[in-house]
Design a protein around this ligand. Structure first.
Ligand SMILES: NC(=O)c1ccc[n+]([C@@H]2O[C@H](COP(=O)([O-])OP(=O)(O)OC[C@H]3O[C@@H](n4cnc5c(N)ncnc54)[C@H](OP(=O)(O)O)[C@@H]3O)[C@@H](O)[C@H]2O)c1
Length: 322
């Protein structure tokens, strides 16, 4: 068993201990995590202690449910814009708590019982580790104090288009019952909207060593059709878009996150090959009858939010022409 001292025990603070006029950014008193004890059995104990502390939730404090690749980039960008804010990260395991602490994110486990509420909450955990995605979203929504924003990083998968045709924010979604994957996403989105939070439907996320291209390169040969059109957004752009939405304090809206440069699977891997930036060689796609994809366009989202991606296309990111 090892102990890591970081941001220690819950400290419940008295509202009377701070003058609200001298510290306008402090609002309701809430418990602050100040240290965690790890054990090798991956339990995390957060224990109550001192009541002498004076910290309270700041008006720009952020809870990230699922501080993975996207969540950590959101944390970085949020801190740039709000120096001095506290950022909390809720996870399923303690596996990455050391990394999170080193990044200045205060980690705690999903099972940690707290009535703490935050002005900004972003849910960016994938559906893979939970039997009840919508239930997890509800818990996250209950951690929101309703003041700043609550944003859910969803997926563009529910848009009902599988003929490689055009698709934008107004395209209808697939009906419930068509697939467990889209059911889970749509039910989760419904909870977000019930709480007046916002949804950002993201295209395929990527960075150099992560994303569809990296997965396919690792596999070598993939049993999927090469002409399926997919859509991408760089992790950094997904983070900047999420932060843009968080900052706007919008209510009950759905946005779309993509780079507006749809590519076929084959085109993606041709660009990978052309870039010369990867050691492995991709063998090919062998599928012939699986469904086609869609061509996403998020001009409406860009116009409304005044947002543009840093990486306008996968080819641009790799430094090659299309
Ligand atoms: N990857 C894509 O192409 C893609 C496309 C569209 C949308 N999205 C969405 O984008 C978001 C970010 O993806 P990502 O690649 O950054 O994810 P990621 O790196 O895999 O993030 C995983 C993080 O979420 C935590 N986590 C997992 N399930 C959780 C749960 N039920 N409750 C609380 N925490 C949980 C993990 O905790 P541990 O540290 O304990 O493992 C880890 O911190 C997700 O919402 C995903 O669904 C992804």
């Amino acid at each position: 068993m090892g102990t890591i001292s970081c941001v220690s025990n819950f400290i419940f603070l008295s509202k009377n201990s701070i003058s609200s006029s001298s510290l306008p950014f402090f609002k309701k008193p809430i418990p602050i995590f100040q240290s965690f004890n790890f054990s090798s059995s991956s339990s995390l104990q957060v224990s109550a202690s001192s009541t002498s502390g004076k910290a309270m939730v700041g008006e720009n404090d952020l809870l990230i449910v699922g501080p993975g690749v996207l969540g950590r980039l959101v944390a970085e960008k949020w801190r740039e814009e709000h120096p001095g804010c506290q950022i909390y990260g809720q996870t399923v395991t303690t596996d990455h708590h050391n990394e999170l602490i080193s990044l200045g994110i205060n980690p705690f486990l999903k099972e940690t019982k707290t009535d703490q509420k935050f002005p900004y909450v972003i849910f960016c955990a994938p559906p893979s580790k939970t039997p009840d995605y919508a239930g997890d979203i509800r818990l996250a929504a209950l951690s929101w104090n309703g003041e700043g924003s609550f944003v859910f990083a969803s997926s563009s998968a529910p848009y009902d288009c599988n003929d490689n045709g055009p698709c934008d924010e107004d395209t209808p979604t697939v009906p419930i019952g068509r697939s467990p994957r889209t059911d889970a996403l749509l039910k989760a989105e419904k909870v977000v909207l019930e709480f007046d939070g916002c949804v950002v439907r993201l295209a395929g996320l990527y960075k150099m060593d992560r994303g569809a291209h990296s997965y396919w390169l690792h596999k070598g040969t993939v049993d999927a059709r090469p002409d399926h059109i997919l859509n991408l957004i760089h992790y950094e752009d997904a983070a900047s878009l999420s932060v843009t939405i968080l900052k706007k304090k919008l209510r009950g809206r759905i946005f779309l996150g993509c780079d507006n440069h749809p590519l076929s699977r084959q085109e993606v891997m041709d660009l990978v090959d052309k870039s010369g930036k990867f050691d492995k060689k991709f063998q090919g796609f062998t599928g012939t009858s699986d469904p086609l994809g869609k061509k996403l366009n998020n001009s409406n989202t860009r116009k409304e939010l005044g947002w543009e991606p840093k990486y306008p296309s996968f080819a641009h990111f790799l430094g090659v022409s299309e």
